[in-house]
Design a protein around this ligand. Structure first.
Ligand code: FBP
Length: 250
């Protein structure tokens, strides 16, 4: 796929995506309250908060996506229930995602898991099909499993970013290393692949989270793909506004 045919959330330099696949990954009781358990509320936040994209699993997209914001469909997923080495398998096709209105597809790879080769293979097929059909493939790359000691070290996060380049991802979503200096090594290692920081659990204060976002931008990152730090905030739209200011400077 020609890079200039990529969706606007990847071509416009900077980007802020709203992630909402945690219902499958963590279960509703871990992350949701009476308000944000309703996907319609998230759709509203995505639109009114002027996010560049919203990330749903296909079931949520089928029932709640209303077209106001570009859609990215997560093509694989798992729950937090199985024990042992992590693996996440495909649950939605590229074709189905596009029929739901997706302008991009997402896939999680657990780098370092004893099952990483299965996820590499599946992502490889997805990337090829996505490019044939003209949509970008975004890889959530999380080093995880018994062989991974520290999933936010400079070395392992850069490895994740580089794996995204080598596997043909148009963008990677990776964890923050803790400071802009070390994160810039991940950005360099991605060699032009767009780099998004994964939000993580809600930070103690808005400023704590925004400091990380500033670090990502200073390091040359594209932006953030964030969930809990926005929709768990008591004022999601106010947080969205602060996030936009930090990423776009306006
Ligand atoms: P958050 O900003 O809420 O962390 O969302 C980012 C994300 O990648 C989600 O897309 C995904 O559901 C979740 O993190 C996975 O979390 P975990 O690190 O527990 O696998």
């Amino acid at each position: 796929m020609k890079r200039d045919r990529m969706a606007p959330f990847l071509t416009e330099g900077k980007s802020v995506l709203l992630a909402y696949d945690q219902g499958l990954e963590h279960g509703p009781s871990a992350d949701f309250n009476e308000k944000n358990v309703d996907p319609a509320a998230i759709m509203e936040t995505a639109a009114r908060g002027r996010f560049n994209g919203v990330v749903f699993q296909k079931g949520v997209a089928e029932r709640f996506y209303d077209g106001r914001v570009p859609l990215i469909v997560k093509l694989n997923g798992k729950t937090s229930l199985p024990r042992g080495e992590p693996i996440s398998r495909q649950v939605c096709s590229v074709e189905q995602a596009i029929s739901l209105g997706a302008k991009g597809v997402g896939y999680t790879i657990y780098l370092g898991s004893e099952f990483e080769s299965k996820m590499f293979r599946e992502f490889g097929r997805i990337q090829e099909e996505a490019h044939e059909k003209g949509v970008p493939a975004i890889a959530w790359i999380y080093p995880r499993g018994a062989s991974v000691q520290n999933d936010t070290s400079k070395e392992i996060v850069a490895y994740a970013a580089r794996a995204g380049l080598e596997l043909g991802a148009d963008a990677v979503k990776i964890k923050y290393t803790g400071d802009p200096g070390s994160f810039s090594w991940a950005v360099k290692s991605a060699a032009g692949v767009k780099v998004f920081m994964s939000g993580g659990p809600k930070a103690p204060t808005d400023d704590d989270f925004l400091r990380q976002v500033r670090g990502v931008m200073e390091a040359g990152g594209t932006g953030v793909a964030v969930g809990r730090n926005v929709w768990q905030n008591a004022e999601p739209l106010a947080m969205a506004e602060k996030l936009r200011k930090t990423v776009f400077g306006q």
